[in-house]
Design a protein around this ligand. Structure first.
Ligand SMILES: Nc1ncnc2c1ncn2[C@@H]1O[C@H](COP(=O)(O)OP(=O)(O)OP(=O)(O)O)[C@@H](O)[C@H]1O
Ligand SMILES: [Mg+2]
Length: 500
């Protein structure tokens, strides 16, 4: 093996006395794509945050091109050519791509916005990225925001590129394109680290794979020489493959949409005319290529975005088209948003408070003014253990400190506490490891089997196929076709791309 571009040796890091990293070692060479795997909370992001200068290690040695270095902050990391695209993007939403990148590069590197814009355009062209550089990034799709993040680190001159779960937010096709691009950058001499939960892409795109468990790196291997099953057992031990469990007792429609239309933040109408009925006791899956109105549909159903047209009705209640989020909750609608950082959790609040808000609202803890703090703690503790939320040191810990996957488990624990009649789940297993995704799927099925109607909106076609009792394909802001299950994957794929 050639000399590593980046070499982390025996790195340890504790937070409040709890080790997130316990002697982890990892290296990546120029020209290779090295995948980093591990369950939620294993320490992947933490280890890479050490390389990117966001976390100062308690001990350990970092070498860049064979030379020992001290990375005492993000600026030092950038200077060494290390660039990281984080799991949760760090863009300023009100700023355009150009402004964000100018901000990140700091003064001095470019002579003003025009020069930066030119550098970005050149970089975008070189790697075949299309993205609107002038629109506020908050109005861009997640895939576009990711491209902005990648362009940012490339324009900053990174040659050691760390991508923390980049494909979690992408469709199959987008992910293929992105990873193909990373291979190309590696061929041109970049060292690429790919943090991921997706073993298929590891096998296709990575040269080496390192597995983490409990803050340690436990093995490094050639992914081509291992089967997916072998990689899986390296990560989690033995795991049984998930099977389909069709609905047993489907009832009347509980949630009906007629001609619902909605706009994106920038006023663009992306949800055109959505009509479908979700029935009690079924999982209705919405499949589609990202950006065809799924996000707007989910937001409208959760009550955080107003429809501009159409009608939404809940059985037994009637029209709820103009009701807000809290009334919909009172009517038994639970929601698992894709963007858990914005809508799912209040990061600054503790784990216990994030769990309790729902119960406090519904009066389950003794009303607003006299919240039963002890009961709240006890309920949160039970839920945290039942839903296997890991990395919780205490219920007072801030929710923002949970790893990506564990934050999602906390949202789900809270939403399912109230025995909802309707569940709207948008990409519920995004960023979850296999065990956690399996647990989420089990909860969705349990809710269905208890009589709830479950609406699953997911860009992961495998997930939709695995869970759904009926499937609606969304394209151009409409449901263009419905399928009974088991359905033909090919036919669904065709409907996804040949409409709208
Ligand atoms: N700033 C922090 N303060 C306190 N604890 C932290 C901090 N950053 C990470 N941790 C803890 O370190 C552990 C490892 O977290 P990390 O985010 O590295 O996991 P991960 O492997 O990236 O998981 P995921 O796949 O869910 O993203 C977790 O228990 C997490 O709660
Ligand atoms: Mg992570």
């Amino acid at each position: 093996m050639t000399q590593p571009a980046l070499d982390l040796a025996a790195v340890s890091k504790s937070f409040d006395g709890f080790p997130a990293l316990a002697g982890a070692s990892f290296s990546v060479a120029a020209g290779e794509v090295h995948a980093l795997l591990g369950e939620n909370g294993a320490g992947k992001s933490s280890l890479m945050n050490v390389a990117a200068g966001l976390y100062r290690p308690d001990s350990g040695v970092i070498r860049v091109d064979g030379r020992e270095v001290a990375i005492d902050g993000p600026v030092a990391a950038k200077r060494l050519g290390i660039g990281m695209v984080h799991q949760h993007y760090k863009l300023v939403k009100a700023f355009s791509a150009v402004e964000n990148i100018l901000l990140a590069c700091g003064k001095g590197r470019f002579a003003g916005a025009a020069a930066v814009e030119q550098a970005i355009r050149r970089q975008a062209e070189a790697i075949g990225f299309q993205v609107d550089l002038r629109r506020p990034v908050g109005a861009l799709s997640v895939a576009e925001q990711q491209r902005v993040e990648i362009l940012k680190v490339l324009v900053e001159g990174a040659r050691i590129l760390i991508l923390d779960e980049p494909s979690a937010v992408l469709t199959d096709k987008e992910a293929e394109a992105l990873l193909g691009m990373m291979r190309q950058l590696a061929a041109q001499g970049a060292a690429v680290v790919l943090v991921t939960h997706k073993l298929g892409e590891v096998k296709r795109f990575a040269d080496r794979v390192t597995v983490m468990r409990g803050g340690r790196t436990i093995a490094t291997a050639d992914p081509k020489a291992r089967t997916v099953a072998e990689l899986t057992s390296m990560i989690v031990g033995e795991l049984v493959a998930e099977k389909r469990h069709p609905a047993r007792d489907v009832g009347e429609p509980i949630l009906t949409l007629e001609g619902v239309a909605g706009c994106r933040a920038d006023g663009h109408r992306v949800l055109a005319d959505a009509s479908f009925a979700l029935r009690r006791g079924e999982i209705y899956g919405i499949a589609g290529v990202g950006g065809n109105g799924q996000t707007e549909l989910a937001e409208i159903l959760m009550g955080v975005r107003k429809p501009v047209q159409g009608r939404i009705a809940i059985d037994g209640t009637g029209d709820v088209t103009h009701d807000g989020a809290s009334r919909r909750r009172d009517l038994g609608l639970a929601s698992i948003p894709a963007d858990r950082q914005t809508y799912g959790l209040a990061g600054e609040l503790s784990v216990a408070d994030n769990y309790a808000v729902q119960a406090v609202r519904s009066g389950g803890l003794g009303g607003w003014m006299r919240v039963d703090g002890r009961a709240a703690q006890a309920q949160a503790a039970t839920a945290v253990s039942a839903f296997e939320v890991q990395g919780v040191r205490g219920l007072r810990q801030k929710a923002s400190l949970l790893s990506g996957g564990n934050a999602q488990k906390l949202v789900i624990a809270r939403e399912f506490a109230s025995q909802p009649r309707i569940v709207v789940a948008h990409s519920p297993s995004r960023g979850l490891d296999m065990r956690a995704a399996g647990a989420v799927h089990r909860r969705l099925r349990e809710a269905r089997d208890a009589g709830a109607g479950v609406l699953l909106i997911s860009e992961d076609l495998d997930e939709v196929m695995l869970l759904s009792d009926r499937i609606g394909v969304m394209s151009g802001g409409r449901i263009v076709r419905e399928f009974d299950t088991p359905a033909d994957r090919q036919a669904i794929g065709t409907a996804m791309v040949h409409h709208g």
